[in-house]
Design a protein around this ligand. Sequence first.
Ligand SMILES: [Zn+2]
Length: 155
Amino acid sequence: MFWKKKKDKDKSETWGKAARTGKWRSTKSLKDKLDRVFSMYIRLRDSKEFGFKYFRCISCGRVLPFEQADCGHYISRTNMALRFSEDNCSAQCRSCNRFKDGNILDYRQGLTRKIGEQRVTLLESRKHETKKWSNWELEQLIEYYSKETERLKKM
Ligand SMILES: [Zn+2]
């Protein structure tokens, strides 16, 4: 099929150009990297009171080993404006994060205890906010949270 071949060719040319200009390293991989380092920072921050060995799930309140912590978002992580917000993220057990849809009602209670009603309401008011991160901003955040993570690990 002529059209299909042409399409494939176009794709590879785009890829080639992206590789040459370094653009392939762009937004998606930076977001992935920031997701990883930010998640580590949140889990370390929230296990500090337990000597980094345990954490308390923001939703169900169980204290579990650090290895079982997820970084759970209160407002869905699909909201890019709040994806890397410290108020919007907490250590959460896997069962609440992955199988109970974030256990969101209990999450709200736990978060209110943690940061107060006002800051929770403020997060909720930003629920429909949109944000397009520039690569530069993502790089700055990666650098910042990498340093913070290292600082906590040394404690
Ligand atoms: Zn839980």
